[in-house]
Design a protein around this ligand. Structure first.
Ligand code: GAR
Length: 200
């Protein structure tokens, strides 16, 4: 019996290069999945533009649109249910996902983090801050981590991790670019692994 294509939602806040990498990797890897929704706290970001250009539904959702955080969380869950989402991929989503949403997608939500977790994770550790902290700590390597999302920030089960060297003369921006390139290969591999686990 043919199983239905796994329906993916991608949450983004910025350029969306990971989103694009996953979008292109799905047919290349022959994954039985499709991105059907892009959700963002920023209506005009690169990720939302890319989604519009590729006929992927977009939803702009922020706390400010609601009277309370609970209403915001409930709206996010309903939106994911409406679009019949199976798996949520956080790809440069710079907001904390409400606990109600994490609970509704237990073992079905992935995040990519631009460092070797459990190092350089947690509150405030996102985007360029991560790479600045890695350089300030004098690390000789960094990398990327894809993990399942649970109620503890950056602490869910690690699915895949890959190392990247820190090079002499690195700036946070240079290191960020090297890690990002690695992320573009790692995230599709992690998705493939999760899909295989879910169907085994
Ligand atoms: C990526 O480096 C991702 O790991 C990071 O933001 C960047 C998004 O780039 N995410 C975090 O820091 C989350 N804690 P993209 O929008 O081009 O995919």
């Amino acid at each position: 019996m043919a199983t239905h294509k796994t329906r993916l939602a991608v949450f983004c806040s910025g350029g969306g290069s990971n989103f694009q990498a996953i979008f292109h990797a799905i047919p290349k890897k022959g994954l039985n999945a499709e991105i059907v929704l892009c959700l963002s706290n920023r209506s005009q970001c690169g990720a939302m533009e890319f989604a519009r250009q590729n006929d992927i539904a977009t939803v702009h959702l922020t706390e400010k649109q609601f009277g309370s955080f609970d209403e915001f969380a409930a709206a996010m869950v309903s939106c994911l249910r409406e679009h019949r989402i199976d798996i949520v991929l956080l790809a440069g989503y710079m907001r904390k996902v409400p606990e109600a949403v994490v609970a509704a997608f237990a073992d079905k939500m992935l995040n990519i983090h631009p460092a070797l977790l459990p190092k350089f994770g947690g509150e405030g550790m996102y985007g360029i801050n991560v790479h600045t902290a890695v350089l300030q700590a004098g690390e000789s390597e960094s990398g990327a981590t894809v993990h399942l999302v649970n109620e503890e920030y950056d602490k869910g089960r690690i699915l895949l991790q890959r190392r990247v060297p820190v090079l002499p003369g690195d700036t946070p921006e240079l290191l960020a670019a090297r890690v990002l390139e690695c992320e573009h290969r790692l995230y599709p591999e992690a998705l493939e692994k999760l899909l295989a686990e879910q169907h085994s």
